[in-house]
Design a protein around this ligand. Structure first.
Ligand code: NAP
Length: 286
């Protein structure tokens, strides 16, 4: 499929909600056979309802896959290839946020965040590559503007997304040498289960933050406003489908004009002063 706008079999991780769910339905609508993976298939109701409403339920196949379970990843990809005769594309979408700071939260929070957002992506990529190479296929990874701009109280999450961006930027020319196109997709705030899934108890978090409490309070107030203008999951998913289909997709794709401008600020900020001035404002109580 290299160089052609076509369809085939795509495996998407984290399709129980949000961007992954929207991408699964949109890919099926575009003619792809979609292996819609999720760590708990009992949570497939909303996806199957959306696929049914779109008239594409027959092209959406739910598969169990927890990205932190290496043996499970290998098995899910083997089942996919066995059932569909190959694998033409993977969308690494599964991810989870975390709000906090290292002195308060300690190493376990950082390691857990890396497991899902970074090592999970690497594991799926490693297992999929032989099949993507055979298909001359596509590898698309949902990172974040948080993979470009380090944001306050997102140290672990941004570190994981930066790591994914570095991994994919380094892999892209190597994969291209064997016919596999690699892209990263960078959303800004998206209306999904992303915030709710973190089950944040804000007053408790602020109290536990001790000396960082006022900065955290300011950050949370600012973030609430940002999520008031969040992009719809369907709109964040549309560029993923474009990257699947486009004959020559770019490496780095932002999902909104806002995300484009935000990433541009960082990518032109050689000494870091523009980003520091901006993010210092986010944690300023004044
Ligand atoms: N929402 C935003 O503002 C935003 C902004 C930038 C980037 N992103 C990125 O976009 C991607 C999708 O997030 P979303 O906004 O659609 O949030 P979401 O609605 O919370 O969806 C996240 C998905 O990842 C799944 N997941 C979590 N841990 C997993 C694991 N260990 N194995 C497999 N699946 C797992 C969740 O499954 P369960 O239902 O089982 O928990 C869920 O299906 C993530 O990579 C996120 O970092 C989101």
């Amino acid at each position: 499929m290299d160089g052609m706008a076509t369809s085939g079999t795509v495996l998407i991780t984290g399709t129980s909600s949000g961007i992954g769910l929207a991408a699964a339905v949109a890919a099926a609508r575009a003619g792809w056979t979609v292996v819609a993976s999720m760590r708990d298939p009992a949570r497939s109701g909303p996806l199957l309802a959306a696929a049914g409403a779109a008239g594409v339920a027959g092209r959406v196949h739910v598969e169990r896959l927890d990205v932190t379970d290496a043996a499970g990843v290998e098995a899910a990809i083997a089942r996919t290839v066995g059932a569909h005769g190959g694998l033409d594309a993977v969308v690494n979408n599964a991810g989870a946020g975390t709000v906090g700071t290292i002195e308060v939260d300690g190493m376990t929070a950082v390691r857990n965040t890396m497991e899902v957002n970074y090592f999970g992506v690497v594991e799926v990529t490693r297992a999929a590559l032989p099949h993507l190479r055979a298909a001359r296929g596509r590898l698309i990874t949902v990172t974040s503007v948080g993979g470009v701009v380090g944001q306050p109280f997102n140290e672990a999450y941004c570190a994981a997304k930066f790591a994914v961006e570095g991994f994919m930027e380094a892999l892209a020319p190597v994969a291209a040498s064997v016919g596999v196109r690699v892209s990263v997709v960078e959303p800004g705030a998206v209306a999904s289960e992303f915030v709710a899934s973190q089950r944040l108890d804000i007053p408790k978090l602020v109290e536990a933050a001790g000396p960082y409490g006022p900065a955290l309070r300011a950050y949370i107030d600012r973030t609430r406003k940002a999520f008031g203008n969040a992009q719809r999951a369907e709109d964040a998913a549309a560029p993923i489908i474009d990257a699947l289909q486009h004959p020559d997709p770019p490496f780095r794709i932002q999902t909104s004009e806002w995300a484009h401008e935000f990433a541009a600020t960082k990518l032109a900020d050689l000494d870091g002063s523009a980003v520091q001035a901006m993010t210092a404002q986010w944690v300023s109580a004044g």
